[in-house]
Design a protein around this ligand. Structure first.
Ligand code: GDP
Length: 406
């Protein structure tokens, strides 16, 4: 009896010690050792802008920066009125974690969606080019087809000029020759860009990606889909729900995260986005995540308002180190309006890549060309549906094949 009692007591003690270890182990990872062990891993306000000279004290070549090294002293003056909210680190729910589809060849798999919605562009062009007599009226129709598909005036003119020249040289035109020629010219129009989404930091810290765009374009959905892409590629991800303007955005993002086991850092509704973004990167560093994805609010109320808000998020995040990618999400169905948005955002932050969403719902695929021209920045990803894996790396060849059929 005594023996059984002793064994039971020993077991209870062992369980308590083990769980204590797990919890304190976690906390230890998230907290600077100097802080009292009871402090929770929260940040109450974004730290101040670095003072001149401080950056020099934190050389970028450092092998690994820890949280305490990148944090600024608490007594430093904050750059804005101190936000006293406490971003909360949400534990991902344990239940079944999904295994996202591999990303290689996604555009090819999803091409039916492009072909379905956009054959008015590619097929229309092919039909026109196949006419026996390519007179002025036909060339005008070709031009109109391109303009209607939102290709933009200058690229349309360029393409038509090149096509006219090459068709003349070609003499007789077989359908295969025409298809080949059109394919080549459309691919050339899409340009030769590096379309890699840069999710790796040159340092030993997580890659940090900020996702910006007007609300409703598909920003949060894209952030969630991108998290899946990264998880599918074997990376660990922390999400920052810095869109505190739209009530459901943080819940929405957290749900995306939970499905693939990615932690979401969030704060109170209407809270300070910069504070949450800062905390998300801090959490990413603490848990040695590969990538931190930050969803932001895109209120296009005034350019100054947007500039203040996004600019601040960027500056505060950059206290941890430079951003590796700033993705602008544009809704392909909004045409010229999307271009105006692109212009405004580009003035506010340095966009490094474009995500065109809802390409499944438009015949205006030419916006890919127009927006790249507008910003001089490549389309890196395209959204082709509302499904969790309907986000594909943009590949010009596969895209054009989907437009004109092969
Ligand atoms: P946010 O306000 O910019 O964060 O927008 P959301 O991410 O909430 O997306 C707005 C709506 O667009 C949602 O209903 C999404 O499911 C939908 N959406 C996002 N991307 C795509 C896409 O590529 N195709 C389609 N058809 N719908 C999309």
């Amino acid at each position: 009896m005594e023996l059984i009692l002793a064994v039971v007591i020993a077991l209870v003690v062992a369980v308590a010690v083990t769980s204590g270890l797990v919890i304190s182990g976690r906390k230890k990872k998230q907290l600077p050792p100097a802080e009292p062990p009871s402090t929770t891993p929260t940040i109450t306000a974004p730290p101040a802008e670095p003072h001149v000279g401080e950056e020099a004290e934190t050389p970028r070549e450092e092998p690994r920066r820890t949280v305490e090294e990148v944090e600024l002293p608490a007594e430093a003056a904050p750059e804005a009125p101190v936000a006293v909210e406490e971003p909360v680190v949400e534990e991902p729910a344990a239940p079944e974690i999904e295994v996202p589809e591999p990303t290689a060849g996604r555009l090819v798999r999803l091409r039916a969606r492009l072909a379905r919605s956009q054959n008015s562009l590619g097929k229309g062009l092919l039909t026109l080019l196949s006419r026996e007599h390519l007179d002025e009226d036909t060339w005008e129709e070709i031009e109109e087809t391109l303009l209607t598909a939102d290709v933009g005036v200058a690229p349309t003119q360029e393409l038509v000029d090149r096509l006219r020249e090459r068709v003349k040289v070609l003499g007789t035109r077989t359908p295969d020759e025409l298809r080949g020629l059109l394919r080549e010219e459309l691919v050339a129009l899409l340009g030769d860009f590096d379309r890699t989404v840069h999710t790796e930091s040159p340092e030993d810290t997580p890659g940090v990606v900020m996702v910006v765009g007007v609300n409703g374009t598909g920003k949060t959905t894209t952030t969630g889909k991108l998290a899946r892409v990264l998880v599918a590629d074997g990376k660990s991800v922390v999400l920052g729900a810095a869109d505190t303007f739209r009530a459901a955005a943080a819940d929405q993002l957290q749900t995306w995260g939970e499905r693939v086991g990615a932690r979401t850092v969030r704060g109170p509704e209407g809270g300070d986005p910069a504070s949450i973004a800062f905390d998300a990167v801090k959490e990413g560093i603490a848990e040695k995540a590969d990538v931190v994805l930050i969803d932001t609010a895109g209120r296009l109320h005034t350019k100054t308002g947007l500039m203040d808000e996004l600019g601040k998020v960027k500056r505060v995040v950059e206290k941890h180190g430079p951003l590796d990618e700033i993705l602008l999400v544009l809704d392909a169905t909004t045409g010229q309006n999307g271009l105006i948005q692109a212009r405004v955002f580009a003035e506010v932050v340095d966009i490094t890549g474009i995500v065109l969403t809802k390409l499944d719902g438009t015949a205006k695929g030419g916006i890919v060309v127009a927006v790249q021209r507008e910003l001089g920045v490549p389309v890196k990803l395209v959204g082709l549906g509302e499904g969790p894996d309907d986000l594909a790396p943009f590949e010009p060849g596969a895209f054009v094949d989907a437009l004109i059929g092969d």
